[in-house]
Design a protein around this ligand. Structure first.
Ligand code: UDP
Length: 336
């Protein structure tokens, strides 16, 4: 199939592009490289641009027939969304509407959408399944909820086939070492811990140790990026079977505290990893753990890299490459 991956130069999108290329699909990446990296998109054909450019979308979808679109092209920082809500609603909602318009105009019927656990807000119960109330507490989560609602409405009115995948804490890196988390500045826990382990940062700042959890630090459900991509591939197959659109939660169903993650990274790396306890970061719930039974049952999804130390091992290999000169070379260049 020919598949358009919006945001295919970013963290999760780039792993998806590699996976689709390995599965034998023709992959076109649309990315404005605002946060993504050209080298990360190398398993597909990169078209530089963004979803705000309706004329570009029209050309792209008019010239070639795409069987499906996967959309990873959103802004994704909770704190930034509080400071710049207009940018988040514009990029995440309005630009997704542009994409939906162009898809409809050119008869592209299938969309797999990258959603988030931030759509739930403060947990009402744990683990969180798909029927958990959607009460996001920041513009980022609200922008994703709006898009999920738009997708359901477009299904009713225009027959859009859609799937939304709500990630808990995406983590890890390509097991073959070609890709990994590459944010600038980095805000996520595991890459930050590993930058401390490799000597690129002096210490890990632990945002709060007075939460209502056994060791006082926040508990999260870390899921390997390769497993997330597998769920997307399965969601696409699900859509091809013509079943109704829906959202699935993706996590391992096991929570680890910030201190437990640091301890696991000490075991994996053999480094000391100094930490400093800081005040809480605003908007962090104490505990987020997914119930992914629906994805397991309906998509046949089985995370292969559910073990936290495996996730950290892959991320550690990537951190080592980043420390030693940046973008790695693929063993074999797939794609064009
Ligand atoms: N965290 C931390 N120090 C950091 C980065 C993150 O203590 O430098 C904590 C954060 O407060 C949260 C957890 O680690 O409880 C995971 O944060 P991350 O930003 O990786 O993902 P999020 O849960 O916000 O999606």
């Amino acid at each position: 199939m020919r598949i358009l991956v919006v945001g295919g130069a970013g963290y999760i999108g780039s792993h998806m592009v590699k996976r689709l290329a390995q599965d034998g699909h023709e992959v076109v990446v649309l990315d404005d490289l605002s946060t993504g990296h050209r080298e990360a998109a190398r398993f597909g054909e990169l078209v530089e641009g963004d979803l705000g450019d309706s004329a570009l979308l029209d050309r792209l979808l008019g010239q070639r027939r795409f069987a499906a679109v996967m959309h990873f092209g959103a802004y994704s920082q909770v704190g930034e969304s509080l400071r710049r809500p207009a940018a988040y609603y514009r990029n995440n909602v309005l630009h997704t509407l542009n994409l939906l318009d162009a898809m409809r105009a050119h008869g592209v019927e299938r969309l797999v959408f990258a959603s988030t656990a931030a759509i739930f807000g403060e947990p009402v119960y744990i683990p969180m399944d798909e029927t958990h109330p959607l009460l996001p507490i920041n513009p980022y989560g609200r922008s994703k909820r709006m898009v999920e609602e738009m997708l359901a409405d477009c299904e009713q009115a225009y027959g859009l086939q859609w799937a939304a995948l709500r990630y808990f804490n995406a983590a890890g890196a390509d097991p073959e070492g070609d890709l990994g988390e590459w944010h600038d500045p980095e805000t996520h826990l595991i890459p930050i811990i590993l930058q401390v382990a490799s000597g690129r940062r002096p210490e890990v700042q632990v945002f709060g140790d007075d939460y209502d959890t056994p060791d006082g630090t926040c508990i999260r459900d870390y899921v390997h990026v390769t497993d997330l991509c597998d769920a997307h591939a399965r969601a696409l197959d699900y859509l091809r079977s013509g079943r109704p659109g829906r959202a699935w939660n993706l996590g391992n169903g096991a929570g680890f505290s910030v201190r437990e993650v640091i301890d696991a990274a000490r075991r994996v790396t053999g480094r000391e990893i100094p930490l400093r306890v800081m005040p809480r970061r605003s908007g962090d719930p104490a505990r987020l753990v997914a119930d992914s039974a629906a994805a397991r049952q309906e998509l046949g999804w089985r995370p292969r890299f559910a073990d936290l130390e495996t996730i950290i091992t892959h991320a550690w290999r990537w951190e080592w490459r980043m420390k030693n000169g940046g973008p790695p070379l693929a063993k074999e260049l797939l794609g064009r």
